[in-house]
Design a protein around this ligand. Sequence first.
Ligand code: ADP
Ligand code: MG
Length: 293
Amino acid sequence: ATPMALMVGTGRGAQLGILIKGPEVLENTRRVDTVVLDKTGTVTTGRMALTGVAVTEGEDEEEVLRLAGALENASEHPIARAVASGAAARVGALPVPEDFANIEGLGVQGVVDGRAVLVGRVALLEEWSQALPADLSRALEAARAEGRTAVAVGWDGRARGVLVVADTVKPTSAEAVRQFRELGLTPILLTGDNEAVARSVAAEVGIDEIFSEVMPADKVDVVTRLQAEGRTVAMVGDGVNDAAALAQADLGLSMGTGTDVAIEASDLTLVRGDLRAAADAVRLSRRTLTTIK
Ligand code: ADP
Ligand code: MG
């Protein structure tokens, strides 16, 4: 490929809302046969809303919302934004945590009003010996059966409640997946979220293959494994947790609406966060590289 033709390709990319890191990127784009899609913030808007609260026997709903909301107020995660604003709407001003830590791919932990609070995956609470009581397990399963994301809340050695948040699939995602298939690419959904939620989102956009409950550090392994099968992999993601996988992929695509870390780790940025631009990029690279043959 001649540098001049590739420059033309990158210029056209900018018009389509695609930022390409260097002209050589188009070569990799053309060879891709598999597109791995992060779920939250990539296939979905990542704008979640709090849709439900369940508490265990004897626990107070407002207290669960106050403590969980206070802790999540310190996090940028889409689930955290939903919990914090939903909680504030219901209980008013939230206390400021005395201590806070984000546990990538699992949740948050910290101290609120002198209590050691956890919000996140059941696995996070279990690490601290806070198994879910039967009533909360039922609430969690019911939410997941509806394809919603549910996180658990616990403090001082006990699981106390379950918070349900719902995300929405971007209106353009299903069309993008259809275009990937038309281009001969196999779409795969990759998420840290649970299997039922992953299945429901996958079904909504037309994806058959999913990897769910994948820890951030293991997302990169999924890409490596697909490459070991002989596939040429494009990975599309938006989060800090996607950065390693974006760097490992033959082609890393980030959402312009995502984190700086993801954008830096990628070869190509979809400025408007519209997945259809990924299909445009593939078409553009094929056309550019055909023209110059
Ligand atoms: P994805 O891979 O879909 O972008 P993440 O890897 O960011 O999702 O998170 C995986 C899971 O970890 C979430 O579905 C949620 O259960 C839990 N989690 C992560 N961060 C938080 C948080 N701030 N509050 C509650 N739960 C969280
Ligand atoms: Mg994400």
